[in-house]
Design a protein around this ligand. Sequence first.
Ligand code: TRP
Length: 365
Amino acid sequence: MEPKEKIILTGDRPTGRLHIGHYVGSLRRRVELQNSGLYDKIFIFEADAQALTDNIDNPEKVRQNVIEVALDYLSVGLDPQKSTLFIQSQIPELTELSFYFMDLVSVSRLQRNPTVKTELKMRNFGESIPVGFFTYPISQAADIAAFRATTVPVGEDQEPMLEQCREIVRRFNNIYGDTLVEPNILLPENAACLRLPGTDGQAKMSKSLGNCIYLSDTADDVAKKVKTMYTDPTHLQVSDPGHLEGNTVFTYLDAFATDEQVSRLTSDYATLQEMKDHYTRGGLGDVKCKKLLTAVLQETLEPIRQRRAEFEKDIPAVYEILQRGCEVAREAAAATMDSVRRAMKINYFDDHALIEEQARRFAKV
Ligand code: TRP
């Protein structure tokens, strides 16, 4: 269906505090989109029901992280006046839509979803894959379709999810008539932002690897983590030529540093490229590079920490923001469900033509 409004929807599973990988990969972009004025509605949500699909025996983890992620959202600058912040489990319409979407997807199509494949491998479910986990792409499609999202800003790992959502929406519209909106994915702007490696150089930041820099880390934590960061193991002497590829410090600089910062915070370089050239020629030590990175990260994170501290002073107010967001979100999803029920012909009680038709059919002459 041709969308009438430009609507953003995206979210995160509340299974841990958010880190700077989330920041460059999506949060920073969300705030820009929010403040661009180009969108009619913005929905940002915590996918707690999805988080439970592989944490069903640990609901406390999800419960604790709902408030952490809400604080992360607010502290990066998501503004409840402009963006609806809400929690997935509180919107029963999403479960309802998922149930109907389940009939539009085959088991083998789900088995082919590359993200599901990788995640199943990572989690070692063996023969005991929870059905809810296996089918979460369907629930995710419902999240997107229920809000008539046109634009879904997410990381590249979510590409198969979006593709699957588009297929489901197309199939729905083919069968039931033009009702739902096909969403577009919006990927991060550069490679460094697509997947920020961990501080140890591993491909991904992950809590279990202990290689994350969190948005809520103190300035001290951040400085310490940068000091021990992985660089170039062949760069032993300052005079040795250094390598940029796989060098976490430079990957982070690519993701975070502007040339303005490089020239202001170092006395030697006007651009990041000049600094990189010096590093690869030889003669530039890791300590200097790390000093710049620390300064850049602190400039990014300090305002976030300050805002977080403000919101932490009134936690009940944060829950109220979420509760109000859930009310707004629920209304939007309910409106979509009305048209879904009408399209699927399961709107028995407000279909007066149906009732009259049946009355005539059964009328004894
Ligand atoms: N799967 C996403 C993640 O793990 C979270 C999510 C759930 C989501 N539903 C969504 C993201 C809908 C975008 C749109 O990060």
